[in-house]
Design a protein around this ligand. Sequence first.
Ligand code: SF4
Length: 456
Amino acid sequence: MLVNLLRDLAATLDLPAPRPEKPGSACPGLLRIVPALDGGICRVKLAGGVLSSQQARAIAEAAERCASGVLELTNRSNLQIRGVLPGQQAELIERLLAAGLGPSSPAADDIRNLLLSPAAGLDSHALLDTRPLTSALLDLLQSTPALHGLSAKFAIQLDGGEALAMLEHPHDIWLSALPGTPARLAFGLAGCPTDKPLGVVDIGQAVPLVEQLLRLFLDLAGNEHSRMRQLLSVIPAHQLLQQLQTRLPFALQAVPLSWQRTSIHPHPALGIYPQQQAGLCMVAASSRLGRINAAQLRALTELAEQYGDASLRLTPWQGLLLPNIPEPSADKLLHTLAELGLLIDAQEPLSNLIACTGSAACAKGLADSKADALRLAERLRTSTARPHVHLSACPRSCAAAHTAPFTLLASSAGHYQLYQRTREAAGFGQLLASAMTIDEAGDWFAAHCATGNSNA
Ligand code: SF4
């Protein structure tokens, strides 16, 4: 098994041993490279989605030397190296660890799943700078062996009230800043900050709250309950909350009746955004269907050093954001990002499409979803329709943690079912067509989602 091979190689090179693979888990990690049709996949989990330029350069070099040079930006603000070559896994891991991209202990690689806004600490709408609490929560996760049994998919969201925030991806635990002082956080389970919270804590109580929630989850969850929503299907939230309260040395507070987290920028971050810091701004762009190459990443590091603070932030919209850019330089930088091949305009049809790996590199794929997405974008270019569409080559929906407004789900090579998100229908939504070619789908969107149409 690949993980055993990796463990042997790691031992030879005096590297930390990879965490044992859980039955049924195919999630890649930095220390667990999983095979795909185009080679191994190595997932690098980034603290707060942030990469220094030195780390980004190290990734670009490692991806070219040990893999195909193809990089994926994930919807959790992480990064994946694709096409890892046979015999190169140990060197790749060694390079990434040397760049400071590994976990503080090998067993903690999988559980570093904490999403924040890519604009944390910078966004002019933010109620709270979430970065200090993020560090404390990541320390808790990594330094507490009892929590290392969590699923690699178990994830926490920490929302500071930023305008640039992903509020559609459900998380097992979410915390969201409330307005006012002293700083307080609403929290909820198996959902998003736009949902009804279960309670409120002071900011100083957030770490013990999360620790006790995680311990309670692990105590109650059976083998079949790897995610919070699964546990809540057998134990109602109010009962969980009662049990939680008995473990806490402070009282959970009631949720203010008037509070409701609303989305300020509901669409992918593209373009120039103001910062709290006078004279500075953030410049954001999107990748093409979640992928960039090592040469692009290297060019981005140079731009971050030339224009910004030598850091990059990955966004949950599979894009990148360069922070702390002097305002007079922002336009020039944005256009340089476009010249690099990144997307900077929501009117570009590809900006609104997401697609999983598909049959070109995933054995489960029924269709080449990335190639079909490119074809769909070309078809849409001749119309005013700019629909938000997720193309998925099988029902596992790897590319989207949320339900997109429209989903094209492959039923065979070149044919897709078309779904539209509705409040009433679960899953991908309401089935509108059971077998469309991509060209037929393009024509359908052109007819139903053109500017001025109520579906648009
Ligand atoms: S959604 Fe299915 S086909 Fe697409 S990458 Fe995931 S497992 Fe593969």
